[in-house]
Design a protein. Structure first.
Length: 163
């Protein structure tokens, strides 16, 4: 079995376990009458994951194109293992951990903006004139949607600024 099929099997198992957890989630008494339950989106994601995993498992594999060197495109070539950019992946993981630790002390808007700018910089974006305003706008839009539209309190700024 090829690597993509193994990933699909893993994704199928993950989706089934996630779906089981979502279906067996115990609702609070006042949540039973809500239109959108806390487990509605997780159930939908689990169903979508199962459908996508089955599509990956049961669609025929396309004819693979050959590159000029004779290697098959799209496969992981262990001979070129050192050429993969693990530093960027580890850098992104580190920024995610720092973001998760910083979101409460320094607030959602600042931490999200810094996270987006740092992540884009790690991936190679250097146009800060565009990057910073877009990151700030994205953080503010997400905060507005979560805070005002969904009604979930999300501290936008550090506690020092809000008194």
């Amino acid at each position: 079995m090829t690597l993509d099929r193994w990933v699909a099997v893993f994704f199928l198992l993950f989706s089934l376990i996630y779906g089981y957890g979502a279906v067996t989630y115990r609702l609070l008494p006042f949540e039973h009458n809500m239109v959108f339950l806390p487990n509605t989106l997780p159930i939908g994601l689990a169903v979508l994951g199962v459908i996508l995993a089955f599509i990956l498992l049961f669609t025929p594999k396309p004819q693979e194109a050959e590159d000029p060197g004779g290697d098959v495109l799209g496969d992981i070539d262990l001979r070129k293992f050192r050429e993969y950019e693990f530093g960027k992946a580890l850098g992104l993981l580190a920024t995610m951990v720092v973001y998760a630790l910083a979101i409460f002390p320094i607030g959602f808007v600042i931490s999200t903006t810094v996270f987006l700018v740092a992540s884009a910089t790690i991936l190679g974006e250097r146009r800060y004139v565009i990057l910073v305003p877009v990151s700030l706008a994205a953080a503010l839009i997400v905060w507005f949607l979560v805070q005002e539209v969904l009604g979930v309190f999300l501290r936008p700024w550090p506690s020092v600024l809000i008194s």
